[in-house]
Design a protein around this ligand. Sequence first.
Ligand code: DON
Length: 304
Amino acid sequence: MDPIVSLLSSLLENVRPLDAGEPAQYIPELASADPERFAMAAVGPRGVVRSVGEDNVEFTIQSVSKPFVLALALAMHGRDHVLARVGVEPSGEPFNAISLEPNTGRPANPLVNAGAIATTGLIPGSDRHERTATIVAGLSRFAGRALTVDEAVYESESETGDRNRALAHLMRSYGVLHENVDEVVESYFRQCSVLVTVRDIAVMAGTLAFAGRNPLTGEQVVPESVARDVVSIMTSCGMYDFSGEWLMRVGLPSKSGVAGGLVSVAPSQFGVGVFSPRLDSHGNSVRGSILVERLSREFGMHVF
Ligand code: DON
């Protein structure tokens, strides 16, 4: 067996029994996910993807989409335009908190829900279908294959998405969100419902790790400056109200999603993806977090 695969495999098996928490309950389709699923993948600069566990199981990308849609928005509009709509300060609050600046209504950062919805609004499209198509095509370029939407999860998100709609209406009342609320929010729900495997999200993280160039396809998906901006924001905001402790313990820019996916970026070294559906109180994968912490320690990947 490839020595790196056997190392990843023993890490995975050591962490397997350490599960706790439960899958996200607020979206019925996620609550019924098989909680035992467990997988990890890593990609290096030459595009070799190494994976262990249930590496071909698809799950919805959820908030792991946020940094990549941010990258698309930055590449299309530039930093100043994006910063006018969304801040880059850690909120220290849960992912679904109101997190809007007091007077302006500008969301704290693009990785909490409010900021992510504002970012989705920056992706052009005359309606939800056009905007969604642009987003899915962009996420597919990061993954290096054509991704699709899980319609059942999308329906479930939309049926239970009143809090996100409320956030969008609030931002529109402040003039931060210029677009039609329903169109933007439905695109955001579809963005969250894109299906991926751990191998896909490792390649997506790898594209950020290797300065915007997809290590699998060789495509420059976004400019290097955009990848750097996104990785910087992931460092301070990617794990919500656990971002500070995560940075200290793990030292890798990361982003989690409520379906149990988690990506980490080791700049110029690796893109890492993990998947395990049971979540902690911050909405981060329990075993995924332990796995990445151990991986970072074993491989000396802490960026500081
Ligand atoms: O906005 C939501 O509620 C979800 N569809 C995405 C949130 C998410 O993944 C939070 N991450 N841990």
